[in-house]
Design a protein around this ligand. Structure first.
Ligand code: Q9C
Ligand code: ZN
Length: 341
Protein backbone atom coordinates (compact mmCIF):
# COMPACT_ATOMS: atom_id res chain seq x y z
CA UNK A 1 0.00 0.00 0.00
CA UNK A 2 1.28 3.43 -0.96
CA UNK A 3 1.42 6.00 1.86
CA UNK A 4 1.39 9.73 1.13
CA UNK A 5 3.02 11.86 3.82
CA UNK A 6 4.24 15.45 4.21
CA UNK A 7 5.97 16.90 7.27
CA UNK A 8 4.07 20.18 6.82
CA UNK A 9 1.93 19.06 9.78
CA UNK A 10 4.84 19.69 12.16
CA UNK A 11 4.11 23.43 12.04
CA UNK A 12 0.60 22.78 13.38
CA UNK A 13 1.54 22.10 16.98
CA UNK A 14 -1.18 23.33 19.32
CA UNK A 15 -0.11 23.77 22.93
CA UNK A 16 -3.47 23.39 24.59
CA UNK A 17 -7.17 23.06 23.83
CA UNK A 18 -10.42 23.64 25.65
CA UNK A 19 -11.89 20.29 26.69
CA UNK A 20 -15.19 20.19 28.61
CA UNK A 21 -14.68 23.72 29.83
CA UNK A 22 -11.09 23.36 30.98
CA UNK A 23 -7.74 24.12 29.37
CA UNK A 24 -5.82 20.90 28.81
CA UNK A 25 -2.72 19.85 26.87
CA UNK A 26 -3.68 19.32 23.22
CA UNK A 27 -4.57 15.73 22.30
CA UNK A 28 -4.10 16.28 18.58
CA UNK A 29 -0.28 16.56 18.39
CA UNK A 30 2.52 16.09 15.81
CA UNK A 31 3.71 12.88 17.50
CA UNK A 32 0.51 11.22 16.28
CA UNK A 33 1.52 11.38 12.62
CA UNK A 34 5.20 10.78 13.41
CA UNK A 35 4.32 7.56 15.22
CA UNK A 36 2.07 6.39 12.40
CA UNK A 37 4.89 7.10 9.93
CA UNK A 38 7.32 5.03 12.02
CA UNK A 39 4.87 2.13 12.24
CA UNK A 40 4.17 2.20 8.50
CA UNK A 41 7.92 2.02 7.89
CA UNK A 42 8.39 -0.73 10.48
CA UNK A 43 5.56 -2.81 9.00
CA UNK A 44 7.03 -2.36 5.49
CA UNK A 45 3.62 -1.49 4.13
CA UNK A 46 5.13 -0.06 0.97
CA UNK A 47 6.42 3.12 -0.61
CA UNK A 48 6.06 6.46 1.21
CA UNK A 49 5.84 9.49 -1.09
CA UNK A 50 5.26 13.23 -0.61
CA UNK A 51 2.05 14.80 -1.91
CA UNK A 52 1.85 16.42 -5.34
CA UNK A 53 0.17 19.83 -5.53
CA UNK A 54 -3.31 19.88 -7.06
CA UNK A 55 -3.93 23.49 -6.05
CA UNK A 56 -6.95 24.97 -4.29
CA UNK A 57 -9.64 24.06 -6.83
CA UNK A 58 -10.39 20.60 -5.35
CA UNK A 59 -10.52 22.17 -1.88
CA UNK A 60 -12.90 24.88 -3.07
CA UNK A 61 -15.05 22.20 -4.75
CA UNK A 62 -16.04 21.19 -1.19
CA UNK A 63 -15.38 24.24 1.00
CA UNK A 64 -16.90 27.73 0.72
CA UNK A 65 -14.61 30.36 -0.79
CA UNK A 66 -15.04 32.77 2.11
CA UNK A 67 -14.09 30.05 4.61
CA UNK A 68 -10.96 29.07 2.66
CA UNK A 69 -10.03 32.73 2.25
CA UNK A 70 -10.43 33.24 6.00
CA UNK A 71 -8.34 30.17 6.90
CA UNK A 72 -5.48 31.21 4.64
CA UNK A 73 -5.25 34.66 6.24
CA UNK A 74 -6.27 33.82 9.80
CA UNK A 75 -2.83 33.42 11.40
CA UNK A 76 -1.37 36.61 9.93
CA UNK A 77 -4.46 38.55 11.02
CA UNK A 78 -4.24 37.08 14.54
CA UNK A 79 -0.52 37.83 14.95
CA UNK A 80 -1.12 41.25 13.41
CA UNK A 81 -3.35 41.93 16.42
CA UNK A 82 -0.29 41.34 18.63
CA UNK A 83 -0.96 37.71 19.62
CA UNK A 84 1.54 34.87 19.66
CA UNK A 85 -0.45 32.03 21.20
CA UNK A 86 -2.97 29.86 19.35
CA UNK A 87 -6.31 31.47 18.47
CA UNK A 88 -9.63 30.20 19.87
CA UNK A 89 -13.17 31.36 19.18
CA UNK A 90 -15.13 32.77 22.10
CA UNK A 91 -18.39 33.86 20.44
CA UNK A 92 -20.65 32.04 18.00
CA UNK A 93 -23.66 32.98 15.83
CA UNK A 94 -26.18 30.66 17.45
CA UNK A 95 -29.85 30.42 16.43
CA UNK A 96 -31.43 33.73 15.26
CA UNK A 97 -27.99 35.28 14.58
CA UNK A 98 -26.77 35.97 11.06
CA UNK A 99 -24.33 33.80 9.13
CA UNK A 100 -24.43 35.70 5.85
CA UNK A 101 -22.21 38.62 6.86
CA UNK A 102 -18.61 37.94 7.87
CA UNK A 103 -17.80 40.34 10.70
CA UNK A 104 -14.67 42.46 10.29
CA UNK A 105 -13.71 41.69 13.89
CA UNK A 106 -11.31 38.73 13.83
CA UNK A 107 -12.69 36.84 16.82
CA UNK A 108 -16.23 37.23 15.56
CA UNK A 109 -15.22 35.90 12.14
CA UNK A 110 -13.40 33.00 13.83
CA UNK A 111 -16.60 32.19 15.74
CA UNK A 112 -18.57 32.25 12.49
CA UNK A 113 -16.22 29.60 11.07
CA UNK A 114 -15.68 27.40 14.15
CA UNK A 115 -17.99 24.93 15.88
CA UNK A 116 -16.05 24.64 19.13
CA UNK A 117 -13.21 25.98 21.28
CA UNK A 118 -11.45 22.62 21.04
CA UNK A 119 -9.77 23.38 17.72
CA UNK A 120 -6.75 25.64 18.21
CA UNK A 121 -5.82 27.72 15.18
CA UNK A 122 -2.01 27.81 14.99
CA UNK A 123 0.76 29.22 12.81
CA UNK A 124 0.77 26.02 10.78
CA UNK A 125 -2.93 25.19 10.60
CA UNK A 126 -3.47 26.25 7.01
CA UNK A 127 -0.21 24.72 5.76
CA UNK A 128 -0.86 21.43 7.52
CA UNK A 129 -4.49 21.25 6.41
CA UNK A 130 -3.52 22.15 2.84
CA UNK A 131 -0.83 19.43 2.78
CA UNK A 132 -3.36 16.95 4.18
CA UNK A 133 -5.84 17.72 1.41
CA UNK A 134 -3.07 17.38 -1.19
CA UNK A 135 -2.02 14.07 0.36
CA UNK A 136 -5.57 12.74 0.04
CA UNK A 137 -5.66 13.91 -3.61
CA UNK A 138 -2.27 12.28 -4.24
CA UNK A 139 -3.53 9.01 -2.74
CA UNK A 140 -6.54 9.27 -5.05
CA UNK A 141 -4.22 9.80 -8.02
CA UNK A 142 -2.35 6.60 -7.13
CA UNK A 143 -5.61 4.64 -7.02
CA UNK A 144 -6.75 6.15 -10.33
CA UNK A 145 -3.41 4.92 -11.69
CA UNK A 146 -4.47 1.38 -10.83
CA UNK A 147 -3.37 0.72 -7.26
CA UNK A 148 -6.08 -1.03 -5.24
CA UNK A 149 -5.65 1.32 -2.28
CA UNK A 150 -3.56 4.19 -0.96
CA UNK A 151 -3.21 5.80 2.47
CA UNK A 152 -3.11 9.53 3.14
CA UNK A 153 -1.19 9.97 6.39
CA UNK A 154 -1.90 13.47 7.58
CA UNK A 155 -2.97 15.59 10.48
CA UNK A 156 -4.94 17.56 11.52
CA UNK A 157 -7.89 15.27 10.78
CA UNK A 158 -10.80 16.34 8.59
CA UNK A 159 -14.20 14.74 9.15
CA UNK A 160 -15.64 17.35 11.56
CA UNK A 161 -14.91 20.20 9.13
CA UNK A 162 -17.99 21.27 7.17
CA UNK A 163 -18.24 23.24 3.95
CA UNK A 164 -17.65 26.46 5.89
CA UNK A 165 -16.48 25.61 9.36
CA UNK A 166 -13.70 24.02 11.40
CA UNK A 167 -14.13 21.95 14.55
CA UNK A 168 -13.10 18.78 16.36
CA UNK A 169 -9.40 19.44 15.47
CA UNK A 170 -10.38 19.60 11.76
CA UNK A 171 -9.98 22.40 9.19
CA UNK A 172 -10.32 20.85 5.73
CA UNK A 173 -12.39 17.73 5.13
CA UNK A 174 -9.90 15.43 3.43
CA UNK A 175 -12.37 12.56 2.98
CA UNK A 176 -14.92 14.86 1.34
CA UNK A 177 -12.26 16.47 -0.86
CA UNK A 178 -11.12 13.02 -2.04
CA UNK A 179 -14.70 11.83 -2.62
CA UNK A 180 -15.62 14.94 -4.60
CA UNK A 181 -12.41 14.75 -6.65
CA UNK A 182 -13.17 11.09 -7.38
CA UNK A 183 -16.61 12.12 -8.68
CA UNK A 184 -15.02 14.87 -10.77
CA UNK A 185 -12.54 12.38 -12.19
CA UNK A 186 -15.12 9.86 -13.31
CA UNK A 187 -16.52 7.79 -10.43
CA UNK A 188 -20.32 7.80 -10.66
CA UNK A 189 -20.91 6.72 -7.06
CA UNK A 190 -18.57 7.06 -4.11
CA UNK A 191 -19.09 5.57 -0.65
CA UNK A 192 -17.47 7.05 2.44
CA UNK A 193 -17.08 4.74 5.42
CA UNK A 194 -16.22 6.58 8.64
CA UNK A 195 -14.92 4.35 11.42
CA UNK A 196 -13.57 7.11 13.67
CA UNK A 197 -15.08 7.03 17.18
CA UNK A 198 -16.72 10.39 16.53
CA UNK A 199 -19.47 11.05 14.01
CA UNK A 200 -18.15 12.86 10.94
CA UNK A 201 -20.64 15.69 11.05
CA UNK A 202 -18.72 17.67 8.43
CA UNK A 203 -18.70 14.87 5.88
CA UNK A 204 -22.36 14.06 6.49
CA UNK A 205 -23.41 17.68 6.06
CA UNK A 206 -21.38 18.19 2.88
CA UNK A 207 -23.10 15.30 1.08
CA UNK A 208 -26.45 15.19 2.91
CA UNK A 209 -28.61 16.06 -0.12
CA UNK A 210 -26.49 14.15 -2.64
CA UNK A 211 -27.48 10.80 -4.21
CA UNK A 212 -23.98 10.21 -5.65
CA UNK A 213 -22.05 10.01 -2.36
CA UNK A 214 -23.08 7.60 0.38
CA UNK A 215 -21.95 8.45 3.91
CA UNK A 216 -21.89 5.59 6.44
CA UNK A 217 -20.62 6.10 9.98
CA UNK A 218 -20.11 3.95 13.08
CA UNK A 219 -19.64 6.14 16.13
CA UNK A 220 -20.30 6.94 19.76
CA UNK A 221 -23.87 8.05 20.37
CA UNK A 222 -24.04 11.86 20.01
CA UNK A 223 -26.33 12.02 23.06
CA UNK A 224 -23.16 11.64 25.12
CA UNK A 225 -20.26 11.91 22.64
CA UNK A 226 -18.73 14.66 20.50
CA UNK A 227 -19.90 16.19 18.10
CA UNK A 228 -23.17 15.99 20.12
CA UNK A 229 -25.39 17.86 17.65
CA UNK A 230 -25.36 15.43 14.71
CA UNK A 231 -24.99 11.72 14.08
CA UNK A 232 -28.32 10.23 15.15
CA UNK A 233 -29.81 7.19 13.43
CA UNK A 234 -32.76 9.14 12.03
CA UNK A 235 -30.47 11.25 9.80
CA UNK A 236 -30.85 9.40 6.51
CA UNK A 237 -30.29 12.10 3.88
CA UNK A 238 -32.54 14.73 2.35
CA UNK A 239 -34.04 15.52 -1.07
CA UNK A 240 -32.22 13.69 -3.84
CA UNK A 241 -29.89 12.31 -1.16
CA UNK A 242 -32.66 10.61 0.81
CA UNK A 243 -31.43 7.15 1.84
CA UNK A 244 -27.78 8.02 1.17
CA UNK A 245 -26.76 8.71 4.76
CA UNK A 246 -26.48 5.89 7.27
CA UNK A 247 -25.59 6.50 10.91
CA UNK A 248 -24.86 3.65 13.30
CA UNK A 249 -24.49 5.23 16.74
CA UNK A 250 -23.37 2.91 19.53
CA UNK A 251 -23.38 3.61 23.25
CA UNK A 252 -20.08 4.63 24.82
CA UNK A 253 -18.51 1.48 26.26
CA UNK A 254 -19.80 -0.81 23.50
CA UNK A 255 -17.83 -4.04 23.08
CA UNK A 256 -15.69 -4.92 20.07
CA UNK A 257 -18.17 -7.68 19.17
CA UNK A 258 -21.00 -5.19 19.05
CA UNK A 259 -18.87 -2.83 16.98
CA UNK A 260 -18.07 -5.52 14.41
CA UNK A 261 -21.73 -6.49 14.19
CA UNK A 262 -22.52 -2.89 13.26
CA UNK A 263 -19.60 -2.86 10.80
CA UNK A 264 -21.33 -5.70 8.95
CA UNK A 265 -24.46 -3.55 8.64
CA UNK A 266 -22.33 -0.69 7.34
CA UNK A 267 -20.66 -3.00 4.82
CA UNK A 268 -24.03 -4.31 3.63
CA UNK A 269 -25.24 -0.73 3.05
CA UNK A 270 -22.11 0.01 1.03
CA UNK A 271 -22.55 -3.13 -1.10
CA UNK A 272 -26.22 -2.23 -1.69
CA UNK A 273 -25.18 1.24 -2.89
CA UNK A 274 -22.86 -0.43 -5.48
CA UNK A 275 -20.24 2.31 -5.48
CA UNK A 276 -17.28 2.56 -7.86
CA UNK A 277 -15.00 3.81 -5.12
CA UNK A 278 -14.50 3.87 -1.37
CA UNK A 279 -13.07 6.55 0.89
CA UNK A 280 -12.33 5.36 4.43
CA UNK A 281 -12.17 7.89 7.25
CA UNK A 282 -9.80 5.88 9.41
CA UNK A 283 -9.85 7.00 13.01
CA UNK A 284 -8.33 4.66 15.56
CA UNK A 285 -9.77 6.44 18.59
CA UNK A 286 -12.00 3.34 18.81
CA UNK A 287 -9.08 1.74 20.71
CA UNK A 288 -9.85 0.63 24.26
CA UNK A 289 -6.86 2.69 25.39
CA UNK A 290 -7.91 5.97 23.76
CA UNK A 291 -7.90 8.82 26.30
CA UNK A 292 -10.92 10.71 24.90
CA UNK A 293 -13.15 7.97 23.46
CA UNK A 294 -14.97 4.91 24.76
CA UNK A 295 -15.02 1.92 22.47
CA UNK A 296 -13.01 -1.23 23.09
CA UNK A 297 -11.00 -2.29 20.06
CA UNK A 298 -7.62 -3.96 20.56
CA UNK A 299 -4.71 -4.41 18.18
CA UNK A 300 -6.09 -7.63 16.69
CA UNK A 301 -9.41 -5.89 16.12
CA UNK A 302 -7.74 -3.27 13.93
CA UNK A 303 -6.27 -6.06 11.79
CA UNK A 304 -9.75 -7.59 11.59
CA UNK A 305 -11.12 -4.19 10.53
CA UNK A 306 -8.50 -4.04 7.77
CA UNK A 307 -9.60 -7.46 6.52
CA UNK A 308 -13.24 -6.38 6.43
CA UNK A 309 -12.41 -3.15 4.60
CA UNK A 310 -10.25 -4.88 2.00
CA UNK A 311 -12.99 -7.51 1.56
CA UNK A 312 -15.24 -4.81 0.12
CA UNK A 313 -12.94 -5.08 -2.92
CA UNK A 314 -13.37 -1.47 -3.91
CA UNK A 315 -10.66 0.93 -5.07
CA UNK A 316 -9.95 2.68 -1.78
CA UNK A 317 -8.46 5.89 -0.48
CA UNK A 318 -7.86 5.75 3.25
CA UNK A 319 -7.49 9.05 5.07
CA UNK A 320 -6.25 9.51 8.62
CA UNK A 321 -8.75 10.89 11.13
CA UNK A 322 -8.52 10.61 14.94
CA UNK A 323 -6.67 8.42 17.42
CA UNK A 324 -5.13 9.83 20.60
CA UNK A 325 -3.40 6.89 22.29
CA UNK A 326 -0.20 8.31 20.91
CA UNK A 327 2.23 5.47 21.79
CA UNK A 328 -0.12 2.89 20.18
CA UNK A 329 -1.56 4.90 17.27
CA UNK A 330 1.05 3.66 14.78
CA UNK A 331 0.46 -0.01 15.48
CA UNK A 332 -3.30 0.47 15.34
CA UNK A 333 -3.14 2.17 11.94
CA UNK A 334 -0.60 -0.26 10.50
CA UNK A 335 -2.80 -3.18 11.60
CA UNK A 336 -5.85 -1.65 9.92
CA UNK A 337 -3.88 -1.09 6.70
CA UNK A 338 -2.45 -4.60 6.67
CA UNK A 339 -5.74 -5.90 5.22
CA UNK A 340 -4.67 -4.61 1.79
CA UNK A 341 -1.34 -6.39 1.76
N1 Q9C B 1 -14.43 21.37 23.35
C1 Q9C B 1 -11.46 13.56 15.90
O1 Q9C B 1 -11.29 12.48 16.43
N2 Q9C B 1 -13.03 17.12 21.86
N3 Q9C B 1 -11.87 14.62 16.58
C2 Q9C B 1 -13.98 17.79 22.63
C3 Q9C B 1 -14.60 20.16 22.62
C4 Q9C B 1 -13.37 16.98 20.50
C5 Q9C B 1 -12.15 14.51 17.97
C6 Q9C B 1 -13.51 19.18 22.93
C7 Q9C B 1 -12.93 15.67 19.97
C8 Q9C B 1 -12.79 15.73 18.49
C9 Q9C B 1 -11.15 13.74 14.47
ZN1 ZN C 1 -12.49 10.91 16.50
Amino acid sequence: MLTVYSDAHLAHAPGHEMHRGVRVEAFERPERALNVLKAVERARLGEIVPPADFGEAPIRAVHADRYVDFLKMAWSRWTGLGHQDDAFPTVWPLRTLRHDIEPENFSAALGLYAMDAGTPLTAGSWGAAYAGAQSALTALDAVLDGRPAAFSLSRPPGHHAGADFMGGYCFLNNAAIAAQAWRDRGAARVAILDVDYHHGNGTQSIFYDRPDVLYVSLHGDPLTEYPFYLGHADETGSGAGAGCNFNLPLPAGASADRWFAELERASAAIRAFAPDALVVSLGVDTAATDPIAHFNLGLADFARLGDRLAALRLPSVIVMEGGYDIPAIGDHVAAALSGWR
